[in-house]
Write a protein that binds this ligand. Structure first.
Ligand code: C5P
Length: 245
């Protein structure tokens, strides 16, 4: 079951850009047509929490994509800081385990309630989409299939109190069968038919992803590289609208 979200709010633009100036200019350019932007390791490592505050000051929401993976206490304190920054979504690695995920979810809830802030969505990354069955077996010594492992970690994340998972387009249908209720699925690897695939291998269109059960989609280069970025966003939102569940 997907949650009820306006098509415009299902799209998250990845701010995979080198400078704070470029990132802020893009937010300014697109804030009328899209509501949320993703800050990842590149921008955060270069400009720190201040870039997140400056983006939020522009009246948009932020998905902080730092994929915390550490001992439960460390992840709990980092999660509390993410909430204080005012982000709407942040994430952790499910491979950090049950206790770590519970600590993240608990800290996010408590900090938000204490500060009178809206509780953010806390998502779990299951297995990175850069991994395949061979890497899982050979490097991690995990002997079940990637799909079974993803499904197992998503169920674990749900039991730990996570709000949802980050998943590849190919995993959405399978995950909708293995998790219960309004568990959020956020998916990158989405490409409109009019855009190139870049280095994404198995892509879905925005409409396919949302009709298969994704609540949120993350898109970077098809918008960043478009000649008219606002028009690109509007086209994507239009496609989501047409396929709304
Ligand atoms: O430019 P593109 O649309 O491929 O950007 C997708 C964004 O989602 C990037 O920031 C990328 O790091 C992120 N991402 C991904 N695949 C994952 C997890 C995150 O592409 N499995």
């Amino acid at each position: 079951m997907t949650i009820s979200i306006a098509p415009k709010d299902r799209l998250i633009i990845a701010l995979d850009l080198e400078s704070d100036r470029e990132a802020l200019a893009l937010v300014e350019e697109l804030r009328g047509v899209v509501g949320m932007f993703k800050v990842g390791h590149q921008l955060f490592t270069a400009y720190g929490p201040d870039i997140v505050r400056r983006i939020i000051e522009k009246g948009v929401r932020v998905f902080l994509d730092l994929k915390y993976h550490d001992i439960p206490n460390t992840v709990a304190t980092a999660s509390a800081e993410a909430v204080k920054l005012g982000v709407s979504i942040f994430n952790v690695h499910a491979l950090g385990g049950m206790d770590m995920m519970k600590a993240a979810a608990g800290a996010a809830r408590e900090t938000a309630d204490k500060q009178g802030l809206q509780r953010p969505l806390v998502l779990a990354v299951t297995i990175l989409t850069s991994m395949d069955d061979l890497a899982l077996r050979r490097d991690l010594k995990i002997n079940r299939s990637l799909r079974r492992e993803v499904s197992h970690l998503a169920k674990l994340a749900q039991r730990a109190g996570m709000s949802g998972v980050v998943a590849s387009p190919q995993e959405i249908k399978m995950l909708r069968k293995s998790v219960r209720g309004s568990f959020v699925i956020l998916t990158p690897g989405v490409r409109p038919t009019w855009a190139g695939k870049d280095d994404q291998k198995r892509v879905m269109t925005p409409g396919e992803a949302t009709s298969c059960g994704a609540d949120y989609i993350v898109i970077g280069r098809p918008v960043l590289k478009a000649a008219d970025r606002q028009a690109a966003v509007e086209k994507i939102v239009g496609e989501i609208e047409q396929h709304a569940c």
